[in-house]
Design a protein around this ligand. Structure first.
Ligand code: SAJ
Length: 401
């Protein structure tokens, strides 16, 4: 069995490495020459615990190699980005161009799978593209959608153990795709049709976005009411059927902050709560930035001098180095733009250097600052002791009860 993975990013690379470990011969394709070179040298271009050793092993034993063009295989996987454009409409052009690249190689009996998060109807659209260009393949290739659902940072475990949803263009395609994933997935492979599988991925991330929006909305209400939101949530969660997530300074990353728009842009009248959750989570970052600016102004009025401010955390979630769509980074930038004469220290313990922000050690910043703003709940911050002599804005529950 030989498989061709189109896209060697955060999902394509780990999936192809795990498949190679389970006996599938892999060609991984990427348009970025640096990614291709590094992969062929057995060097990991992403940060993912446990992945480096596995990549070295499958490259050294010849089970996986990278290239900038696809090769004739038995199965083809589209694992490329699907960003949004304009007014949050999904952009499936990468899926389409990856499909066009493999089109000339497809032959009878092959499997074609989309893993990229995609708007409903994408698999059927790509099937039409394939059959228009290669009419002789109609009813002779297997086409399916199988979304990934792994959590960055825990990918090796989740790729093998999570259940997966597999939606074929027809039953034969679903079965063929199930056969492939059963080579390395120990979780259950749930069969469905391709539209349901597409919607399922969008639903999972929209559900989490809505639950976080509920927590963020509560945090704003509690602030006005003078209630500790962390204590409140922990108490409410003692109810056997209540499980509220944690508020923060907003929602970031390339999944939860993006995927709900794939539903709301296509169903704008119907997707009212989904769209509202996005608004609530986006506006939480502005609310936090405003709180910081107000605290700075108050300090200046009271003390007749400008405060030293520590902004703690830039990553989009705890204990990672990923700043994509990070609300923390957005807040730091906004505060810096509004208060350009202020002394602002920026802290991110998971990266050593940043091309825009000069980074300060977290202990030093905490000691020196008059105002401390906790944006990302990185574990090292939790060692710090509460100080009554500082103004502390704890947006992510470092000192939660
Ligand atoms: N967040 C909160 N409060 C919480 C949980 C998260 O504010 O209680 C924030 C985080 O700080 C972060 C954002 O939400 O800014 C997203 O983080 P996350 O850990 O919830 O999710 P991601 O984006 O790293 O990964 C999600 C996962 N989806 C779900 O849990 C439903 C993952 O399983 C998916 O594979 C991934 O999206 C994806 O690729 O779609």
């Amino acid at each position: 069995m030989k498989a061709c993975f189109m896209g060697l990013g955060y999902i394509g690379l780990p999936t192809s490495v795990i498949a190679a470990k389970h006996g599938v011969k892999i060609v991984g394709v990427d348009i970025n020459p640096q990614v291709v070179n590094m992969t062929n040298q057995g060097r990991l271009h992403i940060i993912e615990p446990g992945m480096k050793e596995m990549l070295q092993e499958v490259v050294n034993n010849g089970c996986l190699h990278a290239s900038n063009t696809p090769e004739v295989s038995d199965a083809y996987f589209m694992v490329v980005p699907t960003p949004f454009k304009g007014d949050h409409e999904p952009d499936i052009s990468y899926v389409e161009s990856a499909t066009r690249m493999v089109l000339p190689l497809l032959k009878q009996g092959d499997l074609y799978v989309i893993e990229s998060t995609s708007p409903v109807g994408t698999t059927e659209k790509m099937a039409e593209l394939i059959f228009t260009e290669r009419p002789e393949l109609r009813d002779h290739v297997y086409i399916a959608y199988c979304p990934e659902r792994v959590l960055p940072g825990n990918v090796v475990y989740e790729l093998i153990h999570n259940d997966r949803v597999i939606g074929g263009l027809n039953e034969a395609s679903t079965k063929k795709a199930q056969e492939f994933y059963s080579l390395f997935v120990q979780g259950t492979l749930h069969p469905t049709d391709c539209k349901t599988a597409e919607m399922c991925k969008l639903t999972e991330n929209s559900c989490r976005d809505m639950q976080i929006a509920f927590a963020n909305e509560l945090s704003i209400i509690c602030e006005k009411a003078g209630i500790n939101v962390w204590e409140l949530i922990s108490l409410a969660n003692k109810h056997p059927r209540v499980n509220i997530l944690q508020p923060g300074c907003g929602v970031g990353g390339h999944c939860i902050a993006v995927d709900p728009y794939f539903i709301s842009s296509e169903f704008p009248k119907e997707a009212r709560m989904i769209a509202m959750a996005r608004e609530v989570n986006n506006s939480k970052a502005d609310w936090c930035a405003e709180k910081v600016q107000n605290a700075m102004l108050r300090f200046e009025l009271d003390k007749k001098r400008k405060p030293a401010v520590a902004m703690m955390g830039l990553a989009f979630k705890p204990n990672i180095d990923d700043l994509r769509e990070s609300p923390a980074k957005y807040i730091v930038t906004k505060v810096m733009q509004k208060c350009n004469n202020a002394s602002i220290m920026v802290v991110e313990p998971n990266i050593t250097e940043h091309k825009i922000f000069k980074l300060t050690d977290y202990r030093e910043a905490y000691n020196k600052a008059d105002i401390v703003v906790f944006l990302t709940a990185h574990t090292p911050f939790k060692e710090l002791k509460w100080r009554d002599d500082k103004v502390i804005l704890d947006f992510c529950g470092i000192f939660r009860k």
